[in-house]
Design a protein around this ligand. Structure first.
Ligand code: ADP
Length: 717
């Protein structure tokens, strides 16, 4: 074997162990040499592989490091992101240890409680809980620990750092590790203060509404008008209609609860509501009339884009209905009583007036007799005075009762106010002159002479005031003033004043004298007569004419009564009453008068009066006889009593005026009546009569009326 081919390790072994001369078989050396070479080869190969692996390991290691670095950065970013999210959420996210002390809180904690996270960590979770709610949170925690609940959810109040109370909702779960060991608790706290307060307010409002509905027995409802949709009834609705509260109501439930025929009417009203939006306001009976309800409903736009709804209320009006019934019954009773009273007074006055007619008439006739002794004359004059007074009282009482029964109808006719005042003063002049009292008229030229109103009632008021003024004035003057207070266009506000220089009225009585049956002094009736009704009647009559009455007075100096009334402007011409021709009395000489009168004393009285005028008298005992007589003889004038047996005055006149063949078809007919009310006068004039004389009458007034009637008839011929 060549040396050069020998492996260096073999060479070193041969040098180390073989001495010169040692014989080693060549093949053995060659085998070892080859083994060394083959080992070298393997070693080189192994070294190669090792180098390659170490290179790969290095690369892999580098890659791993890079990956690890990037994962760590990612983890950092994630945890930063998580921290941001955790701190940004509105809810408090918390964790506690086993002792219930905060181990984690996000920054929402600070926003809600005002405490910083740092100062709170380590403190007990119950420290800031509102005292009354501590028990609640402990209870829920124990439920968790006992395993009754997995998560508990409850509301509790916290006291903030500034001392305010805040409502929160807590959601709590227990923290348990993989081995089942309890670590503590974690969860969230949500600030529900605003929601809770709003809900509380809503609850309160709803409670109030329910309470109000219960108290007023009022229910509310809402039903869809067209489309399908849910209906709503308040709790009170179910109670009012005795329906089970759990049932979902519908419009049909409401309708069928109502008794017929109102149910049908309400159905029709709902159709009208649908089609014409006509509101419903209806009183309906329910439960066979045992209760009454008021249904009010209207169409309203449905909320949240839902179709139109019928929205309304139902109110229990059973009690009101029964009151109403009672009220109507008592009103009817009161009206009946008032009518009865009015009729009684009217009859009474009629009954009193008829004999009064005899007293007044016969006294007048006897007073004319010349052979009377002075004493008898004085006595008779007293009888006449008393009878006159009695008549005033009767008239006042009758008037007052009519006013009380609201039975006064005011006229609206044209009249000359200035002339009316003039005439009124003329009638009182004699009395004034006798008392040395000057009677004056102060007229405002701005007042139109012809006005529209009720001259009779105005006359009555002035007559009462003037009569009082003269009654309570011994000397001095009584002045009647009429002044235009305001021109209201077609209407005028006229102010009247009746001023006297009489005894005056104490201040304390200035108001009460306008009340019925009230006089300023207790001895007034004794000294001056009167009933204390005049001013009360005047006041009501003035108020009916949209006016007021008041008085200014000083005791010992005199009184001024003021009143105003609203009068219209008359556009129609005034029908002037013809002035009386005083010579006419002689015209009654020989005329034929038919007198229909059932009262024998009155028959006698009229006969005597007419005898003085030389007229021919024919008496009919009742209306029927008068009609018979009117068919066979033409009379110049007919005097007709209104209340007679068989046929009364109105019926008799109707028969005469309706019969074209009647000889007295156009004969003037005068009503003779004991009913002195102005209404009767108007009614009489509309019923075919030509005039009107109230009983008791003085012969001049009868003469005057007969003459006026005959004259106007002569003029119209
Ligand atoms: P009567 O005159 O019938 O008593 P009135 O109602 O007319 O009833 O008057 C009520 C009271 O008012 C009179 O009684 C009187 O006391 C007082 N009174 C009315 N007018 C006058 C007046 N002009 N002067 C003084 N007192 C008067």
């Amino acid at each position: 074997m060549k040396n050069s081919n020998q492996h260096r390790l073999l060479r070193r072994q041969i040098r180390k162990y073989l001495k010169d001369g040692d014989q080693v078989p060549e093949s053995f050396l060659e085998a070892i040499n080859e083994a060394y070479h083959s080992f070298d080869k393997d070693l080189r190969q192994a070294e190669n592989i090792l180098e390659l692996s170490s290179k790969a390991l290095f690369v892999a290691n580098k890659e791993l490091k890079r990956k690890a670095d990037s994962k760590a950065a990612e983890a950092d970013a994630l945890s930063e992101r998580l921290a941001r999210i955790v701190n940004n959420v509105q809810e408090v996210i918390f964790q506690t240890d086993l002792n219930g002390c905060w181990t984690f809180l996000n920054s929402a904690w600070e926003r809600i409680t005002g405490y910083t996270v740092e100062e709170s960590l380590g403190t007990s979770f119950t420290d800031m809980v509102f005292p009354e709610d501590k028990e609640t949170s402990m209870y829920h925690l124990s439920e968790l620990v006992n395993g009754t609940e997995k998560t508990s959810r409850y509301n509790l109040r916290y006291i903030t750092k500034s001392g305010e109370i805040r409502w929160t909702e807590a959601i709590v779960t227990l923290d348990i590790d993989a081995e089942g060991r309890l670590l503590g608790a974690s969860g969230t706290l949500t600030d529900i203060n605003a929601r809770y307060v709003a809900e509380e307010k809503l609850r309160q409002a709803s409670n109030n509404l329910n309470q109000a509905q219960t108290l007023t027995k009022l229910g509310s409802f809402e039903h869809p008008l067209h489309a399908e949709g849910s209906s709503y009834w308040s709790g009170q609705m179910f109670k009012l209609l005795s329906r089970p509260g759990h049932k979902q109501p519908n419009l049909e439930d409401l309708l069928t609860a109502i008794d017929e025929p109102h149910q049908q009417r309400l159905r029709e009203s709902i159709i009208a509501l649908k089609e014409y939006s006509r509101e419903i306001n209806m009183e309906v009976p329910v439960n066979k009339g045992s209760a009454w309800m008021m249904v009010r409903a209207e169409k309203q736009k449905g909320r949240l884009n839902r179709g139109d709804v019928i929205s309304g209320t139902l109110m229990d009006i059973t009690q009101r209905k029964s009151f109403e019934k009672e009220l109507i019954a008592s009103k009817l009773m009161a009206e009946k009583a008032l009518a009865a009273k009015s009729e009684f007074l009217s009859n009474m006055s009629h009954e009193i007036r008829t004999p009064m007619n005899a007293i007044v008439g016969l006294t007048e006739i006897i007073l004319r007799e010349e052979e009377l002794s002075a004493q008898a004359k004085r006595n008779l004059e007293l009888v006449e005075y008393s009878a006159d007074n009695l008549l005033v009282i009767i008239n006042d009482i009758l008037d007052y009762s009519k006013i009380e029964a609201n039975k006064i109808d005011l006229e609206k006719i044209p009249f000359n106010l200035r002339k009316a005042l003039g005439k009124l003063l003329d009638t009182w002049r004699l009395k004034a002159d006798g008392k040395k009292v000057a009677l004056k008229l102060d007229w405002d030229e701005q007042i139109p002479e012809t006005l529209l109103g009720d001259p009779y009632r105005l006359n009555q008021i002035l007559l009462n005031l003037i009569s009082n003024a003269l009654k309570f004035t011994k000397e001095g003057s009584v002045t009647i003033k009429a002044k235009m207070q305001a021109d209201l266009g077609e209407r005028f506000d006229i102010l009247f004043e009746v001023r006297d220089t009489g005894i005056g009225i104490p201040e304390s009585k200035l108001k009460s004298i306008f009340e019925s049956f009230t006089q300023a002094y207790t001895d007034t009736t004794r000294n001056f007569g009167g009933t204390g009704l005049g001013l009360a009647i005047s006041k009501r009559l003035i108020e009916l004419q949209e006016g007021k009455i008041w008085v200014e007075s000083k005791v010992g100096e005199g009184s001024s009564f003021f009143f105003n009334v609203i009068l219209g402007l008359s556009t129609d011409g005034l029908v002037e009453t013809p002035e009386l021709d005083t010579s006419v009395s002689s015209n009654l000489n020989g005329i034929d008068i038919l007198v229909a009168e059932d009262n024998k004393v009155n028959q006698m009285l009229i006969k005597q009066v007419c005898k003085n005028w030389n007229a021919n008298i024919s008496i009919a005992d009742n209306g029927r006889i008068a009609v018979e007589k009117s068919k066979v003889q033409a009379y110049d004038v007919i005097l007709m009593d209104l209340q007679m047996p068989e046929l009364n005055g109105f019926e008799a006149v109707e028969k005469i005026r309706e019969d074209d063949a009647n000889l007295n078809l156009n004969t003037p007919i005068l009503a003779l009546t004991a009913d002195a009310m102005p209404e009767t006068k108007t009614y009489v004039e509309r019923s075919g009569f030509n005039g009107y004389v109230t009983k008791p009458f003085k012969s001049e007034s009868l003469l005057r009326e007969i003459t006026l009637c005959m004259e106007s008839r002569a003029q119209s011929k």
